[in-house]
Design a protein around this ligand. Structure first.
Ligand code: 5GP
Ligand code: ZN
Length: 114
C-alpha cells in the first residue's frame, strides 16, 4: 500500500535494522524501543490489522509466531521470557495500520493492562 510506512520499510524505501527476512515476513528493530529487545514482526503482505486476517493467513500468522520464538532464542531472551503483543485499532493502541507483532523483552516488564 502506497502510504504505509511499514510497506515502505519492506521495500527498503525507509531504512530499518532488519533482524530477520524471508519471502513473507520481515522483522526489524522498533525505532522507539520500550525495552532492551523490541522487535516488530510483520507480514510482507499488507494487512491493516488483525481483524483483517482470514483462514488463508493461518499459516502465515503461525510462521510469524515461530519466527518470533526463533528471534527470542537468537537474542537470548527465551529463558527469562518476553511478551509478544498485537495492538488492534483505537482501543488497542494501534498507531501503524500494517499488521505487526511486538516482541519485547530483555527486562522484567510491568503489569500488562494499561
Ligand atoms: P503500534 O502502536 O501500532 O502497535 O506500534 C507501532 C510501532 O511502530 C511503535 O512501537 C513505533 O515505535 C514503531 N515505528 C513507527 N514508525 C517506525 C519506523 O519508521 N521505523 C521503525 N523501526 N519503527 C517504527
Ligand atoms: Zn503496509
Amino acid at each position: 500500500m502506497m502510504d504505509c510506512i511499514f510497506c515502505k520499510i519492506i521495500k527498503k524505501e525507509i531504512p530499518s535494522q532488519i533482524v530477520f527476512e524471508d519471502d513473507e515476513i520481515l522483522a526489524f528493530k522498533d525505532i522507539n524501543p520500550m525495552a532492551p529487545v523490541h522487535i516488530l514482526l510483520i507480514p510482507k503482505k499488507h494487512i491493516s490489522d488483525i481483524t483483517e486476517i482470514s483462514s488463508d493467513d493461518a499459516e502465515l500468522i503461525g510462521r510469524i509466531h515461530v519466527t518470533a520464538v526463533k528471534i527470542a532464542k537468537d537474542l537470548g531472551i527465551d529463558q527469562d521470557g518476553f511478551r509478544l503483543v498485537n495492538n488492534c485499532k483505537k482501543h488497542g493502541g494501534q498507531e501503524v495500520f500494517h499488521l505487526h507483532f511486538h516482541l519485547i523483552g530483555g527486562r522484567k516488564l510491568g503489569a500488562f493492562a494499561g
